[in-house]
Design a binder for this molecule. Structure first.
Ligand code: PGA
Length: 257
């Protein structure tokens, strides 16, 4: 699809990050979502669910022939070996994921993941052919100190390996203070950060930088999804809490129709 500027419009991507939520019985929620999507035009958006790793394999069976893709929430940078409790990019792919979320702030904070760690994981995932959803965002204190653009610029430059295909790269801007808080930046603040990220991407990747999808994440819900998705350079949303109930997530998906 072409926009008025003549550029190919990027297909919206709506991803649901289940975090550490969901058991085998949650398949019913996935089935419900799949049934809502049956008559929804596939051109409207891509839909990705990021369940915990324990559910990837069983969810794969549920989404076969459906319009939903799966993402893992993390992977290790190494191909295999002595890393108790970790999973490799090959394992994630083997279990049915097409994407992997990397550098989520909960991993950056809880597990001390630096930009360098995120970049190494991203390189390992890309080598397996997985698509990357790389998260970045500023803390409340950084926003108050007017450091938002500096922080997200540094995270962007430090977290993405060279040579990634733009169609397999998604950047999610998620201000830490908006995640799970019910608070969101103003639409102008979102536009400012997304415009900045777009400029950085085109400066680094040339025309290919225009093909990288930029998601907004942090307290996206049915009531604010449409206005957020209409902000320039917002090409989708990464949704946490509101993705756990198929009905709420469906309302958000419909906002891009
Ligand atoms: P939230 O989480 O929608 O619950 O704020 C978003 C995220 O952390 O990806």
């Amino acid at each position: 699809m072409m926009s008025r500027s003549g550029r190919a419009r990027l297909k919206t991507l709506i991803a649901g990050n289940w975090k550490m939520n969901g058991l085998l019985k949650s398949r019913s929620e996935l089935r419900r979502l799949a049934s809502y999507l049956i008559d929804f035009p596939s051109s409207a958006c891509d839909v990705v669910i990021c369940p915990p790793a324990t559910l990837l394999h069983s969810f794969r069976a549920e989404i076969t022939g459906r319009r939903i893709s799966l993402a893992a929430q993390d992977c290790h940078a190494d191909e295999g070996g002595a890393h108790t409790g970790d999973i490799s990019a090959a394992m994630v792919k083997d279990a049915g994921a097409k994407w992997v979320v990397l550098g989520h702030s909960e991993r950056r904070v809880d597990h001390g993941e630096t930009d360098g760690v995120v970049r190494a994981k991203a390189a390992a995932a890309a080598a397996q052919g997985l698509g990357l959803i790389i998260c970045l965002g500023e803390s409340k204190r950084e926003r108050a100190a007017n450091k938002t653009l500096r922080i997200v610029g540094r995270q962007l430059a430090g977290s993405i390996p060279r040579g990634i295909q733009p169609k397999k790269l998604v950047i999610a801007y998620e201000p830490l203070w908006a995640i799970g808080s019910g608070r969101t930046p103003t639409l102008d603040q979102i536009a400012q950060v997304h415009g900045f990220l777009r400029n950085k991407l085109t400066a680094a990747m040339g025309d290919q930088g225009a093909q990288v999808r930029l998601l907004y994440g942090g307290s996206v819900k049915p009531s604010n999804a449409a206005e957020i998705l209409a902000v320039p350079h917002v090409n989708g949303a990464l949704v946490g809490g509101a993705s756990l109930k198929a009905g709420d997530f469906w309302q958000i998906i419909k906002a891009c129709g």
